[in-house]
Write a new protein. Structure first.
Length: 72
């Protein structure tokens, strides 16, 4: 994956660079969409665990639930 280049946009962009940028953007959109779904449907935004180990476990269980819901 590649992100947008920093600084001023170049005057001439090759077709290969445009294709790579579009492909990377599609990948990022699908990943961010899955995180949005996790926050809305699977209450990822309401994790209130105090310990880091507990938070990691809650997040892992949430994504396990997402994977199981797409599998069934």
């Amino acid at each position: 994956m590649s992100g947008p280049p920093l600084g001023r946009p170049p005057a001439n962009v090759s077709k290969e660079q445009k294709r790579q940028a579009n492909e990377s953007e599609r990948i990022r959109n699908s990943i961010e969409g899955k995180f949005g779904q996790a926050k809305r449907r699977f209450t990822l935004n309401r994790i209130m665990a105090k310990l880091s180990h507990s938070c990691e476990t809650a997040i892992a269980i949430t994504f396990l639930g997402i994977n199981l819901s797409t599998w069934f």
